[in-house]
Design a binder for this molecule. Structure first.
Ligand SMILES: [Zn+2]
Length: 345
């Protein structure tokens, strides 16, 4: 089969389009999926550069997200059959620790995930464990089925499992435009939340309004914490989603109502923000760190998608052989939505 592999860490020039042996069933629980599409994530670039600090076997196939059709199953597999359309949950733990035994493989210290310690989805075929194959959303295309898992799983755990956003509550999303932020907007809108977004880019604020944001604040022109107070009769919002941190962290805290929750899955502007402890205490604020998600989060998400019929936002699709150009587009932040690779011929 054709696949994109790296033989060493480095720049996009390390991505090699080459002939690779097809994955085979190695244990009774294995499933071979013929991929129709793969989607890019920033983790692909960090793995390529060697920035995760993780030892990975070389040569290595990148890619955490993909969707396709089951081509072959091991003799112990009952949950899926040859010909099933599937989307993929990418984490496999040790199967023995307290996290794995409670379905939270992604917290396992020995976790292996597609494109990191396991060969990934920049390929025509991928091998996964049966319990990582999930029913394909009935209304989605293969491109959409490849695009949504990692981003939507991350935001579902942030907003629903951790921050417990409720219908009718207000949500402030810092820095709309990124994959997780845009998906959070789509999901929160369907849940019946009132949504305020910030960006330094008016075009992104316009797009956010089209996706359902009630208010957009350009944080280059205005202090968003003051603006949030104005928009909420000086109350503040129930939940802030801030994966920017750095300088904006204090303003995010200042935007919260009494008992408000701040949830974060990243710190693009700096990982050591100044906490306003006095405010956190007097207002009983809560802060949730959040990362990835469990199979149970994924199951809940799939049910929600089937009802809400949300479609992930797609940017552009590249042939598999042009994976380097696709990654460059992501590194230069030129995309709006998910970048895809056509893995099938
Ligand atoms: Zn484990």
């Amino acid at each position: 089969m054709k696949a994109i592999r790296i033989h060493a860490h480095g720049g996009a020039d390390q991505l090699r389009y080459e002939d690779v042996e097809e994955p085979r069933i190695a244990s009774p629980n294995d499933v071979i999926v013929k991929l129709q599409a793969a989607a890019l994530n920033h983790i692909d670039i960090w793995v390529r550069m060697g920035a995760t600090g993780m030892q990975i076997p070389m040569p290595h196939i990148l890619g955490a997200d993909g969707a396709g059709v089951v081509a072959e199953v091991g003799n112990g597999v009952k949950s899926v059959r040859t010909g099933d359309k599937v989307c993929l949950y990418s984490f496999t733990g040790c199967g023995e620790c307290e996290f794995c035994l409670s379905d939270r493989d992604f917290m396992c210290i020995r976790v292996r995930s597609l494109g990191e310690r396991l060969d990934g989805t920049y390929a025509e075929y991928v091998r996964v464990a049966a319990e990582n194959c999930f029913p394909f959303p009935s209304y989605m295309t293969f491109d959409e089925g490849a695009a949504f898992p990692l981003v939507f799983l991350t935001l579902w755990r942030m907003l629903v499992t951790n921050a417990r956003l409720q219908p009718g509550e207000s949500l402030l999303i810092i820095g709309i435009g990124g994959g997780v932020a845009s998906a959070a907007l789509q999901v929160a809108k369907q849940m019946g939340a009132r949504i305020i977004v910030t960006s330094g880019n008016d075009e992104k604020l316009e797009r956010a309004r089209a996706l359902g944001a009630d208010h957009g604040i350009n944080h280059r022109r205005r202090n968003f914490a003051e603006e949030v107070r104005n928009l909420t009769d000086n109350r503040g919002v129930d939940v802030v989603l801030d994966s920017v941190a750095g300088e904006v962290w204090q303003k995010s805290l200042a935007s919260l109502a009494h008992g408000g929750r701040l949830v974060t899955c990243g710190a693009t502007a700096g990982g050591e923000p100044n906490d306003d402890l006095k405010r956190m205490i007097s207002r009983e604020l809560k802060i949730y760190g959040s990362t990835l998600g469990s199979r149970e989060d994924f199951r809940q998400l799939l049910s929600f998608l089937e009802v809400s019929k949300i479609r992930p936002i797609l940017d552009r699709k590249f042939p598999l052989r042009e994976a380097a150009a696709a990654q460059q587009r992501m590194e230069e932040a030129r995309q709006f939505g998910k970048i895809l690779l056509q893995t099938s011929k």
